[in-house]
Write a protein that binds this ligand. Sequence first.
Ligand code: CMC
Length: 436
Amino acid sequence: MQDDTPELVKYATLNIPGHDPIELPVLRGTMGPEVIDIRALGKQGYFTYDPGFVSTAACSSRITFIDGAKGILLYRGYPIDQLATKANYLKVCYLLLKGELPDKEQYTHFENEIKHHTLIHEQITSLFKAFRRDSHPMAIMCGIAGALSAFYHDNLDIYDPEHREKTAIRLIAKIPTLAAMAYKYSIGHPFIYPQNKLSYAANFLHMMFATPSEDYEVNPVIARAMDRIFILHADHEQNASTSSVRLAGSSGANPYACIAAGIASLWGPAHGGANEACLRMLEQIGTTDRIPEFIARAKDKNDPFRLSGFGHRVYKAYDPRAVVMRETCHEVLNELHIENHPILDVATELERIALSDEYFIERHLYPNVDFYSGIILNAIGIPTSMFTVIFALARTVGWIAHWTEMQEMPESRIGRPRQIYVGKTLRQVKGGRSRL
Ligand code: CMC
Protein backbone atom coordinates (compact mmCIF):
# COMPACT_ATOMS: atom_id res chain seq x y z
CA MET A 1 0.00 0.00 0.00
CA GLN A 2 1.25 3.50 -0.87
CA ASP A 3 1.42 5.61 2.26
CA ASP A 4 -1.12 8.07 0.84
CA THR A 5 -3.83 5.72 -0.41
CA PRO A 6 -6.07 4.08 2.19
CA GLU A 7 -6.36 0.34 1.67
CA LEU A 8 -9.74 -1.29 1.03
CA VAL A 9 -9.92 -4.10 3.61
CA LYS A 10 -13.55 -5.26 3.53
CA TYR A 11 -17.12 -4.11 3.11
CA ALA A 12 -19.61 -3.25 5.83
CA THR A 13 -23.29 -3.83 5.13
CA LEU A 14 -25.77 -1.21 6.22
CA ASN A 15 -29.26 -2.64 6.67
CA ILE A 16 -31.98 -0.02 6.68
CA PRO A 17 -35.54 -1.38 6.91
CA GLY A 18 -37.34 -0.86 3.59
CA HIS A 19 -34.09 -0.40 1.67
CA ASP A 20 -31.79 -2.88 -0.06
CA PRO A 21 -28.62 -3.58 1.97
CA ILE A 22 -25.96 -0.97 1.23
CA GLU A 23 -22.34 -2.13 0.89
CA LEU A 24 -19.88 0.38 2.31
CA PRO A 25 -16.09 0.01 1.81
CA VAL A 26 -14.02 -0.20 5.00
CA LEU A 27 -10.67 1.56 4.59
CA ARG A 28 -7.43 1.27 6.53
CA GLY A 29 -4.68 3.88 6.70
CA THR A 30 -1.10 3.18 7.79
CA MET A 31 -2.07 3.56 11.48
CA GLY A 32 -5.26 4.18 13.42
CA PRO A 33 -8.77 2.71 13.36
CA GLU A 34 -10.50 1.40 10.25
CA VAL A 35 -12.82 3.90 8.60
CA ILE A 36 -16.19 3.26 6.91
CA ASP A 37 -16.32 5.08 3.59
CA ILE A 38 -19.80 6.61 3.38
CA ARG A 39 -19.21 8.79 0.32
CA ALA A 40 -21.76 6.89 -1.77
CA LEU A 41 -24.48 7.06 0.89
CA GLY A 42 -25.86 10.45 -0.23
CA LYS A 43 -26.76 9.00 -3.63
CA GLN A 44 -28.83 6.36 -1.80
CA GLY A 45 -30.86 9.11 -0.16
CA TYR A 46 -29.19 9.09 3.29
CA PHE A 47 -26.83 11.40 5.17
CA THR A 48 -24.98 10.65 8.37
CA TYR A 49 -25.44 12.77 11.50
CA ASP A 50 -22.36 13.64 13.58
CA PRO A 51 -22.41 17.06 15.29
CA GLY A 52 -18.88 18.01 16.35
CA PHE A 53 -17.43 15.42 13.89
CA VAL A 54 -16.95 12.99 16.78
CA SER A 55 -16.84 9.95 14.45
CA THR A 56 -16.04 11.54 11.10
CA ALA A 57 -12.79 11.56 9.13
CA ALA A 58 -13.06 14.60 6.85
CA CYS A 59 -9.95 13.79 4.79
CA SER A 60 -6.96 11.50 4.57
CA SER A 61 -3.66 13.03 5.65
CA ARG A 62 0.02 12.14 5.87
CA ILE A 63 1.03 14.85 8.33
CA THR A 64 0.17 14.02 11.95
CA PHE A 65 -1.03 10.92 13.78
CA ILE A 66 -2.65 10.82 17.21
CA ASP A 67 -3.58 7.77 19.26
CA GLY A 68 -5.67 9.38 21.97
CA ALA A 69 -6.07 6.21 24.04
CA LYS A 70 -2.31 5.66 24.29
CA GLY A 71 -1.31 9.34 24.43
CA ILE A 72 0.74 9.16 21.21
CA LEU A 73 1.42 12.13 18.92
CA LEU A 74 3.58 11.73 15.81
CA TYR A 75 4.57 14.39 13.27
CA ARG A 76 5.27 12.57 9.97
CA GLY A 77 5.93 9.45 12.04
CA TYR A 78 8.31 10.98 14.61
CA PRO A 79 7.23 11.04 18.31
CA ILE A 80 6.60 14.52 19.64
CA ASP A 81 8.88 14.13 22.70
CA GLN A 82 11.84 13.19 20.46
CA LEU A 83 11.25 16.16 18.18
CA ALA A 84 10.86 18.50 21.17
CA THR A 85 14.18 17.42 22.64
CA LYS A 86 16.29 16.55 19.56
CA ALA A 87 15.11 18.96 16.83
CA ASN A 88 14.30 22.64 16.67
CA TYR A 89 11.19 24.43 15.47
CA LEU A 90 12.46 25.23 11.96
CA LYS A 91 13.48 21.59 11.44
CA VAL A 92 9.97 20.61 12.54
CA CYS A 93 8.49 23.18 10.12
CA TYR A 94 10.51 21.61 7.30
CA LEU A 95 9.35 18.16 8.38
CA LEU A 96 5.68 19.13 8.50
CA LEU A 97 5.83 20.87 5.14
CA LYS A 98 8.01 18.43 3.22
CA GLY A 99 7.59 15.12 5.00
CA GLU A 100 11.25 14.52 6.01
CA LEU A 101 13.67 16.08 8.48
CA PRO A 102 16.14 18.28 6.57
CA ASP A 103 19.80 17.34 6.04
CA LYS A 104 22.39 20.04 6.83
CA GLU A 105 22.26 21.67 3.40
CA GLN A 106 18.47 21.60 3.19
CA TYR A 107 18.24 23.10 6.68
CA THR A 108 20.65 25.94 5.90
CA HIS A 109 18.71 26.78 2.75
CA PHE A 110 15.34 26.63 4.52
CA GLU A 111 16.54 28.73 7.47
CA ASN A 112 17.92 31.34 5.07
CA GLU A 113 14.65 31.46 3.17
CA ILE A 114 12.70 32.02 6.40
CA LYS A 115 15.16 34.60 7.71
CA HIS A 116 14.96 36.60 4.50
CA HIS A 117 11.21 36.95 4.72
CA THR A 118 10.85 38.12 8.32
CA LEU A 119 10.39 41.77 7.40
CA ILE A 120 6.89 42.88 6.59
CA HIS A 121 5.80 45.45 4.02
CA GLU A 122 6.28 48.77 5.84
CA GLN A 123 2.76 49.88 4.98
CA ILE A 124 1.38 47.13 7.22
CA THR A 125 2.47 49.23 10.20
CA SER A 126 -0.32 51.69 9.27
CA LEU A 127 -2.86 48.89 9.58
CA PHE A 128 -1.87 48.42 13.23
CA LYS A 129 -2.55 52.08 13.88
CA ALA A 130 -6.19 51.60 12.87
CA PHE A 131 -6.72 49.35 15.91
CA ARG A 132 -7.50 50.64 19.41
CA ARG A 133 -4.49 50.30 21.71
CA ASP A 134 -6.52 48.09 24.05
CA SER A 135 -7.56 45.66 21.29
CA HIS A 136 -7.06 42.00 22.08
CA PRO A 137 -3.96 40.93 20.10
CA MET A 138 -5.92 38.00 18.62
CA ALA A 139 -8.36 40.51 17.10
CA ILE A 140 -5.40 42.26 15.50
CA MET A 141 -3.93 38.95 14.28
CA CYS A 142 -7.24 37.90 12.64
CA GLY A 143 -7.38 41.20 10.75
CA ILE A 144 -3.72 41.48 9.77
CA ALA A 145 -3.34 37.85 8.67
CA GLY A 146 -6.23 38.23 6.22
CA ALA A 147 -4.85 41.58 5.04
CA LEU A 148 -1.52 39.96 4.05
CA SER A 149 -3.20 38.76 0.85
CA ALA A 150 -3.50 42.42 -0.15
CA PHE A 151 0.29 42.82 0.17
CA TYR A 152 1.63 39.54 -1.20
CA HIS A 153 -0.70 38.89 -4.14
CA ASP A 154 2.24 38.25 -6.47
CA ASN A 155 2.19 34.55 -5.42
CA LEU A 156 -1.46 33.71 -4.97
CA ASP A 157 -1.99 31.07 -7.65
CA ILE A 158 -3.06 28.21 -5.42
CA TYR A 159 -2.50 25.70 -8.25
CA ASP A 160 1.17 26.64 -8.63
CA PRO A 161 3.45 24.65 -6.25
CA GLU A 162 6.09 27.41 -6.28
CA HIS A 163 3.52 30.00 -5.25
CA ARG A 164 2.29 27.72 -2.49
CA GLU A 165 5.81 27.21 -1.19
CA LYS A 166 6.59 30.93 -1.27
CA THR A 167 3.42 31.66 0.69
CA ALA A 168 4.27 29.00 3.29
CA ILE A 169 7.72 30.57 3.78
CA ARG A 170 6.27 34.07 4.01
CA LEU A 171 3.67 33.05 6.58
CA ILE A 172 6.11 31.17 8.83
CA ALA A 173 8.61 34.05 8.59
CA LYS A 174 6.24 36.97 9.08
CA ILE A 175 3.79 35.74 11.71
CA PRO A 176 6.31 36.19 14.61
CA THR A 177 7.03 39.72 13.41
CA LEU A 178 3.31 40.51 13.35
CA ALA A 179 2.69 38.80 16.72
CA ALA A 180 5.43 40.87 18.40
CA MET A 181 4.09 44.01 16.73
CA ALA A 182 0.62 43.31 18.14
CA TYR A 183 2.20 43.25 21.62
CA LYS A 184 4.36 46.35 21.11
CA TYR A 185 1.34 48.22 19.79
CA SER A 186 -0.72 47.33 22.88
CA ILE A 187 1.90 48.80 25.23
CA GLY A 188 2.63 51.86 23.07
CA HIS A 189 6.22 50.87 22.30
CA PRO A 190 7.88 51.23 18.89
CA PHE A 191 7.95 48.14 16.71
CA ILE A 192 11.26 46.24 16.79
CA TYR A 193 12.65 44.95 13.50
CA PRO A 194 13.66 41.29 13.21
CA GLN A 195 17.31 40.35 13.73
CA ASN A 196 18.16 37.64 11.23
CA LYS A 197 21.32 36.54 13.03
CA LEU A 198 19.14 35.16 15.84
CA SER A 199 17.37 31.82 15.90
CA TYR A 200 13.64 31.79 15.13
CA ALA A 201 12.60 31.67 18.80
CA ALA A 202 15.31 34.10 19.98
CA ASN A 203 14.29 36.55 17.26
CA PHE A 204 10.70 36.43 18.47
CA LEU A 205 11.80 37.14 22.07
CA HIS A 206 13.99 39.97 20.77
CA MET A 207 11.08 41.56 18.88
CA MET A 208 8.89 41.20 21.98
CA PHE A 209 11.28 42.53 24.61
CA ALA A 210 14.01 44.69 23.00
CA THR A 211 13.58 48.45 22.84
CA PRO A 212 15.47 50.94 20.64
CA SER A 213 17.00 52.47 23.79
CA GLU A 214 18.51 49.34 25.37
CA ASP A 215 20.28 46.17 24.30
CA TYR A 216 18.38 42.97 24.97
CA GLU A 217 20.27 39.74 25.59
CA VAL A 218 18.19 36.68 24.78
CA ASN A 219 18.59 34.02 27.49
CA PRO A 220 19.34 30.74 25.61
CA VAL A 221 17.39 28.62 28.13
CA ILE A 222 14.33 30.80 27.62
CA ALA A 223 14.80 30.76 23.83
CA ARG A 224 14.99 26.95 23.96
CA ALA A 225 11.79 26.81 26.04
CA MET A 226 10.06 29.11 23.56
CA ASP A 227 11.24 26.92 20.68
CA ARG A 228 9.88 23.86 22.46
CA ILE A 229 6.50 25.54 22.99
CA PHE A 230 6.45 26.24 19.24
CA ILE A 231 7.26 22.59 18.44
CA LEU A 232 4.58 21.24 20.79
CA HIS A 233 1.92 23.46 19.20
CA ALA A 234 3.04 23.08 15.58
CA ASP A 235 0.35 20.63 14.47
CA HIS A 236 -2.44 18.46 15.85
CA GLU A 237 -4.20 16.88 12.84
CA GLN A 238 -7.82 17.86 12.13
CA ASN A 239 -8.55 20.09 15.15
CA ALA A 240 -11.09 22.94 14.94
CA SER A 241 -8.72 25.59 13.58
CA THR A 242 -7.01 23.28 11.06
CA SER A 243 -10.41 22.07 9.89
CA SER A 244 -11.43 25.74 9.56
CA VAL A 245 -8.36 26.41 7.40
CA ARG A 246 -9.16 23.36 5.25
CA LEU A 247 -12.84 24.27 4.93
CA ALA A 248 -12.03 27.87 3.98
CA GLY A 249 -9.37 26.63 1.56
CA SER A 250 -11.68 24.04 0.00
CA SER A 251 -13.52 26.85 -1.80
CA GLY A 252 -10.27 28.02 -3.41
CA ALA A 253 -9.85 30.97 -1.02
CA ASN A 254 -6.31 32.37 -0.84
CA PRO A 255 -4.03 30.97 1.90
CA TYR A 256 -3.79 34.20 3.92
CA ALA A 257 -7.58 34.35 4.17
CA CYS A 258 -7.58 30.68 5.22
CA ILE A 259 -4.99 31.31 7.94
CA ALA A 260 -7.14 34.21 9.21
CA ALA A 261 -10.01 31.68 9.49
CA GLY A 262 -7.72 29.38 11.48
CA ILE A 263 -6.68 32.18 13.84
CA ALA A 264 -10.35 33.09 14.43
CA SER A 265 -11.22 29.49 15.25
CA LEU A 266 -8.20 29.05 17.52
CA TRP A 267 -9.22 32.05 19.63
CA GLY A 268 -12.06 30.20 21.41
CA PRO A 269 -11.52 29.07 25.03
CA ALA A 270 -12.30 25.44 24.15
CA HIS A 271 -9.34 25.47 21.72
CA GLY A 272 -6.28 27.77 21.66
CA GLY A 273 -7.87 30.28 24.02
CA ALA A 274 -7.58 27.65 26.77
CA ASN A 275 -4.01 28.67 27.70
CA GLU A 276 -5.17 32.20 28.49
CA ALA A 277 -8.30 30.91 30.24
CA CYS A 278 -6.18 28.42 32.23
CA LEU A 279 -3.79 31.01 33.63
CA ARG A 280 -6.69 33.32 34.49
CA MET A 281 -8.38 30.36 36.27
CA LEU A 282 -5.22 29.49 38.25
CA GLU A 283 -4.91 33.15 39.27
CA GLN A 284 -8.57 33.21 40.24
CA ILE A 285 -8.14 30.10 42.40
CA GLY A 286 -5.16 31.88 43.94
CA THR A 287 -4.38 29.49 46.82
CA THR A 288 -4.46 25.71 47.15
CA ASP A 289 -7.17 25.80 49.87
CA ARG A 290 -9.66 27.12 47.28
CA ILE A 291 -9.12 24.20 44.86
CA PRO A 292 -12.00 22.00 46.22
CA GLU A 293 -14.45 24.84 45.54
CA PHE A 294 -13.37 24.98 41.87
CA ILE A 295 -13.33 21.19 41.49
CA ALA A 296 -16.91 21.13 42.82
CA ARG A 297 -17.91 23.80 40.29
CA ALA A 298 -16.30 21.87 37.43
CA LYS A 299 -18.35 18.80 38.39
CA ASP A 300 -21.63 20.70 38.79
CA LYS A 301 -23.77 20.18 35.65
CA ASN A 302 -25.68 23.40 36.42
CA ASP A 303 -22.48 25.46 36.36
CA PRO A 304 -20.91 26.14 32.93
CA PHE A 305 -17.45 26.36 34.56
CA ARG A 306 -14.89 23.80 33.31
CA LEU A 307 -11.34 23.25 34.46
CA SER A 308 -9.36 24.96 31.70
CA GLY A 309 -6.33 22.99 30.62
CA PHE A 310 -8.11 19.68 31.35
CA GLY A 311 -9.69 17.24 28.93
CA HIS A 312 -9.35 16.72 25.23
CA ARG A 313 -11.57 15.51 22.41
CA VAL A 314 -8.98 12.98 21.26
CA TYR A 315 -6.68 12.25 24.23
CA LYS A 316 -8.18 9.92 26.77
CA ALA A 317 -4.74 9.50 28.36
CA TYR A 318 -2.16 12.06 29.51
CA ASP A 319 -1.54 14.55 26.68
CA PRO A 320 2.05 13.74 25.52
CA ARG A 321 2.63 17.45 24.94
CA ALA A 322 1.75 18.20 28.56
CA VAL A 323 4.50 15.81 29.74
CA VAL A 324 7.19 17.78 27.86
CA MET A 325 5.58 21.07 28.82
CA ARG A 326 5.71 20.20 32.53
CA GLU A 327 9.45 19.41 32.31
CA THR A 328 10.09 22.63 30.40
CA CYS A 329 8.11 24.56 32.99
CA HIS A 330 10.44 23.35 35.76
CA GLU A 331 13.54 24.15 33.64
CA VAL A 332 12.36 27.71 33.05
CA LEU A 333 11.47 28.34 36.69
CA ASN A 334 14.89 26.98 37.77
CA GLU A 335 16.70 29.14 35.24
CA LEU A 336 14.83 32.23 36.41
CA HIS A 337 15.44 31.24 40.07
CA ILE A 338 11.72 31.30 40.76
CA GLU A 339 11.41 29.07 43.81
CA ASN A 340 8.06 30.14 45.17
CA HIS A 341 5.59 30.33 42.37
CA PRO A 342 2.06 30.42 43.84
CA ILE A 343 0.43 29.72 40.46
CA LEU A 344 2.65 26.64 39.94
CA ASP A 345 1.76 25.48 43.46
CA VAL A 346 -1.94 25.78 42.63
CA ALA A 347 -1.41 24.01 39.27
CA THR A 348 0.50 21.10 40.84
CA GLU A 349 -2.05 20.60 43.59
CA LEU A 350 -4.99 20.99 41.19
CA GLU A 351 -3.50 18.34 38.93
CA ARG A 352 -2.93 16.00 41.90
CA ILE A 353 -6.49 16.39 43.21
CA ALA A 354 -8.16 16.15 39.77
CA LEU A 355 -6.18 13.03 38.83
CA SER A 356 -7.41 11.23 41.95
CA ASP A 357 -11.03 12.38 41.66
CA GLU A 358 -13.61 9.82 40.38
CA TYR A 359 -15.29 12.41 38.11
CA PHE A 360 -12.07 13.13 36.21
CA ILE A 361 -10.87 9.50 36.24
CA GLU A 362 -14.15 8.17 34.80
CA ARG A 363 -14.16 10.74 32.01
CA HIS A 364 -10.43 10.38 31.27
CA LEU A 365 -9.83 14.07 31.90
CA TYR A 366 -6.07 14.71 32.08
CA PRO A 367 -4.07 17.95 31.86
CA ASN A 368 -3.63 19.04 28.26
CA VAL A 369 -0.89 21.09 26.54
CA ASP A 370 -2.34 24.35 27.82
CA PHE A 371 -2.15 23.43 31.48
CA TYR A 372 1.56 24.20 31.84
CA SER A 373 2.26 26.45 28.83
CA GLY A 374 0.63 29.46 30.50
CA ILE A 375 2.88 29.16 33.57
CA ILE A 376 6.00 29.11 31.36
CA LEU A 377 4.87 32.07 29.27
CA ASN A 378 3.92 33.98 32.40
CA ALA A 379 7.37 33.34 33.94
CA ILE A 380 9.06 34.52 30.73
CA GLY A 381 7.13 37.79 31.04
CA ILE A 382 4.66 37.27 28.21
CA PRO A 383 1.31 38.92 28.99
CA THR A 384 -1.68 36.59 29.26
CA SER A 385 -3.47 38.14 26.28
CA MET A 386 -0.54 37.06 24.07
CA PHE A 387 -0.74 33.35 24.97
CA THR A 388 -3.16 32.40 22.20
CA VAL A 389 -1.20 34.54 19.73
CA ILE A 390 1.85 32.40 20.48
CA PHE A 391 -0.23 29.28 19.88
CA ALA A 392 -1.34 30.78 16.53
CA LEU A 393 2.26 31.63 15.63
CA ALA A 394 3.37 28.05 16.26
CA ARG A 395 0.32 26.46 14.58
CA THR A 396 0.73 28.50 11.37
CA VAL A 397 3.06 25.84 9.95
CA GLY A 398 0.51 23.10 10.69
CA TRP A 399 -2.26 25.11 9.05
CA ILE A 400 -0.22 25.82 5.93
CA ALA A 401 1.01 22.21 5.72
CA HIS A 402 -2.60 20.99 5.79
CA TRP A 403 -3.71 23.67 3.32
CA THR A 404 -0.90 22.63 0.94
CA GLU A 405 -1.67 18.93 1.34
CA MET A 406 -5.32 19.61 0.55
CA GLN A 407 -4.38 21.40 -2.69
CA GLU A 408 -2.25 18.38 -3.69
CA MET A 409 -4.83 15.67 -2.94
CA PRO A 410 -7.01 14.58 -5.87
CA GLU A 411 -9.81 13.63 -3.40
CA SER A 412 -10.21 17.27 -2.22
CA ARG A 413 -13.58 18.88 -2.92
CA ILE A 414 -15.35 21.90 -1.54
CA GLY A 415 -16.38 21.14 2.06
CA ARG A 416 -20.17 21.15 2.26
CA PRO A 417 -21.72 19.38 5.27
CA ARG A 418 -25.43 18.56 5.25
CA GLN A 419 -27.95 18.79 8.11
CA ILE A 420 -31.09 17.36 9.63
CA TYR A 421 -33.61 20.11 9.02
CA VAL A 422 -35.86 20.55 12.08
CA GLY A 423 -37.47 23.91 11.22
CA LYS A 424 -40.92 24.80 9.94
CA THR A 425 -42.32 22.83 7.02
CA LEU A 426 -43.46 24.62 3.85
CA ARG A 427 -45.87 27.51 4.50
CA GLN A 428 -47.02 30.55 2.54
CA VAL A 429 -46.56 34.28 3.15
CA LYS A 430 -50.02 35.91 3.33
CA GLY A 431 -51.06 36.62 -0.27
CA GLY A 432 -47.97 34.83 -1.62
CA ARG A 433 -48.13 32.28 -4.43
CA SER A 434 -45.66 29.47 -4.24
CA ARG A 435 -44.49 27.51 -7.23
CA LEU A 436 -43.93 24.53 -4.90
N1 CMC B 1 -13.77 20.23 33.26
C1 CMC B 1 -14.84 19.55 33.74
N2 CMC B 1 -15.53 18.62 33.04
C2 CMC B 1 -15.13 18.37 31.79
C3 CMC B 1 -14.01 19.03 31.23
C4 CMC B 1 -13.32 19.99 32.00
N3 CMC B 1 -12.28 20.65 31.52
N4 CMC B 1 -13.84 18.59 29.96
C5 CMC B 1 -14.79 17.67 29.74
N5 CMC B 1 -15.57 17.53 30.85
C6 CMC B 1 -16.67 16.58 31.02
C7 CMC B 1 -17.93 17.01 30.26
O1 CMC B 1 -18.77 17.82 31.08
C8 CMC B 1 -18.55 15.67 29.94
O2 CMC B 1 -19.16 15.18 31.10
P1 CMC B 1 -20.52 14.28 31.00
O3 CMC B 1 -20.12 13.04 30.25
O4 CMC B 1 -20.93 14.03 32.40
O5 CMC B 1 -21.52 15.12 30.23
C9 CMC B 1 -17.34 14.77 29.66
O6 CMC B 1 -16.26 15.35 30.41
C10 CMC B 1 -16.95 14.70 28.19
O7 CMC B 1 -16.76 16.03 27.73
P2 CMC B 1 -17.15 16.55 26.28
O8 CMC B 1 -17.61 17.97 26.37
O9 CMC B 1 -18.07 15.59 25.61
O10 CMC B 1 -15.74 16.50 25.55
P3 CMC B 1 -15.38 17.19 24.20
O11 CMC B 1 -14.51 16.25 23.48
O12 CMC B 1 -16.59 17.68 23.48
O13 CMC B 1 -14.56 18.48 24.68
C11 CMC B 1 -12.79 19.90 25.34
C12 CMC B 1 -13.18 18.53 24.73
C13 CMC B 1 -11.27 20.09 25.20
C14 CMC B 1 -13.50 21.03 24.58
C15 CMC B 1 -13.20 19.90 26.83
O14 CMC B 1 -12.52 18.88 27.54
C16 CMC B 1 -12.96 21.25 27.49
O15 CMC B 1 -13.82 22.16 27.39
N6 CMC B 1 -11.76 21.43 28.18
C17 CMC B 1 -11.40 22.70 28.75
C18 CMC B 1 -10.86 23.61 27.67
C19 CMC B 1 -9.47 23.22 27.24
O16 CMC B 1 -8.58 23.01 28.07
N7 CMC B 1 -9.25 23.19 25.92
C20 CMC B 1 -7.92 22.96 25.34
C21 CMC B 1 -7.82 21.67 24.58
S1 CMC B 1 -6.09 21.28 24.22
C22 CMC B 1 -5.57 22.55 23.19
C23 CMC B 1 -6.15 22.44 21.85
O17 CMC B 1 -5.85 21.44 21.16
O18 CMC B 1 -6.85 23.37 21.44
